[in-house]
Design a protein around this ligand. Structure first.
Ligand SMILES: Cc1cc2nc3c(=O)[nH]c(=O)nc-3n(C[C@H](O)[C@H](O)[C@H](O)COP(=O)(O)OP(=O)(O)OC[C@H]3O[C@@H](n4cnc5c(N)ncnc54)[C@H](O)[C@@H]3O)c2cc1C
Length: 404
């Protein structure tokens, strides 16, 4: 049996590790566009802030120079053929092989697509602009931060997870920071007005300048960024962090017959519509039985657990993927936690506990009278109880009881 995996992130690598345990004599090929051994994207901000040394972000031994450690690599130990710096250009589902940029064709019996998401880039490019997805991006940001002049001013464009990482990184470095986002508040499509106000208050209290409804932006500068222009105002800036979104990485599936929507469509077993082809991690749009609909979740735990589950299914078991996923962060001192299915447009109704005056709100998302998700801002203490309610498929009435 030859298992081929596209993507050496946490989903792909976990699947490879599990497959090796389940099927010791199989052939496993892991194709990775990046050159580094598996590292934690979650730890990148800690490395950038100088809280941990660079080598601590690695989760597997590379055995090579540069990334990780010397000696035999984890991949060799596990007898996994690890193709680094290789890009899959095409999947031929009829003849069961993938074509690589190098020209090589790799045949598979079972294929896993775990290609993650790619960062949306701005049209303009200028030195001093920073993106944050990969270890190479993190190295670049460390260099930019080191080169900043005294009394530097920094900017952020975006209002989601990556913008929040930049807020924390710049705040911790005591940099004069201005954030501009397109919406009326952070995560404007997902968060309530109250939650948005709480976060904004925290940013302003922390000395961060907030520019809302910044639909367009222009970067100004000759050899490097010197300022940005939005809503008719120019803001000086020596470094700009960009977090304007990500898109699932599946352009190489064109004409493959594999069904895609926002992500690659899969059932509850993480099987695509094409036999012997599976999907896991940020790129998957899988059917979640708990919520009765397809979900596209981008979080570390989700990707890792899907890697484990999909390996079992590739081996021949039939295991539904089931996880109440969550994504928690602290943005310059206020907790923001997303749990479960928090799509506002798919919810029948929402209910809220707390208020701006209380310093925190928890908003529940209810569909077909079942609690499917919640967003907590400034109310970390609710996390355990709320996760349990979602896990137990509690009803809207049970939330009503909490409200009185
Ligand atoms: C800075 C940062 C902080 C984060 N913090 C958190 C956090 O606190 N909590 C949390 O839950 N999540 C966090 N996340 C999100 C989390 O890291 C991701 O959800 C997770 O890493 C997704 O893993 P994955 O394996 O699905 O995809 P990825 O890690 O994106 O891996 C996919 C790999 O596939 C490769 N690839 C793509 N296309 C091809 C191709 N055609 N050929 C070959 N290789 C290809 C890519 O280069 C990539 O290396 C953070 C992310 C970032 C960037």
């Amino acid at each position: 049996m030859h298992y081929v995996i596209i993507g050496g992130g946490i989903a792909g690598t976990t699947a490879a590790e599990e497959l090796r345990k389940l099927d010791p004599d199989s052939e496993i090929t892991l194709i990775s566009e990046e050159y580094h051994a598996l590292y934690s994207r979650v730890l990148l901000p800690h490395y950038i802030k100088g809280k941990i040394p660079r080598e601590r972000v690695f989760l597997k031994k590379s055995g090579g120079a540069g990334s990780g450690s010397a000696g035999e690599s984890w991949y060799e130990e596990q007898k996994i053929e690890w193709l680094t710096g290789e890009i899959v250009l095409r999947v031929d589902t009829k003849n069961k092989f993938v074509e690589l940029l190098s020209g090589r064709e790799v045949e598979y019996d079972k294929l896993l697509i775990a290609s993650g998401v790619e960062v949306k880039l701005m049209e303009q490019d200028l030195p001093g602009l920073s993106y944050l997805r990969t270890l190479d991006d993190a190295d670049h940001l460390v260099e930019l931060l080191r080169a900043l002049p005294k009394d530097a001013k920094v900017g952020i464009y975006g209002g989601g997870f990556i913008a929040s990482e930049y807020l924390n990184i710049f705040h911790e470095a005591n940099l004069q920071t201005t954030i501009a986002y397109r919406g009326s508040h952070m995560w404007s499509r997902g968060l309530s007005k109250e939650a948005g106000e709480l976060i904004k208050n925290q940013l302003v209290q922390s000395g961060i300048v907030v520019l809302e409804n910044a639909k367009e932006i222009e970067f100004l500068g000759d050899k490097k960024i010197e300022a940005f222009l939005t809503n008719g105002q120019t803001h000086p800036c020596d470094l700009m962090g960009l977090g304007v979104g990500v898109a699932p990485h599946f352009s190489f599936l064109k004409d493959s017959g594999i069904e895609v929507n926002q992500g690659i469509i899969a059932n509850q077993f993480l099987e695509t519509n094409v036999q012997d082809i599976f999907v896991a991690g940020d790129v998957a749009e899988y059917f979640d039985e708990r919520y009765g609909r397809h979900l596209h979740v981008a979080s570390w735990m989700n990707a890792q657990m899907q890697g484990r589950c999909v390996a079992k299914n590739m081996f021949g078991e039939k295991v539904s993927f089931d996880l109440v996923s969550s994504y928690a962060m602290d943005i310059v001192g206020i907790d923001v936690i997303f749990i479960g299915d928090v799509s506002r447009s798919d919810a029948d109704e929402t209910k809220m506990i707390g208020s701006v005056n209380d310093g925190g709100v928890t908003e529940f998302f209810i569909r077909k009278n079942q609690i499917v998700g919640a967003i907590l801002v400034g109310r970390n203490g609710d996390r355990k109880a709320v996760t349990e309610l979602i896990r137990q498929k509690a009803t809207g009435a049970e939330v009503e009881a909490l409200l009185v």
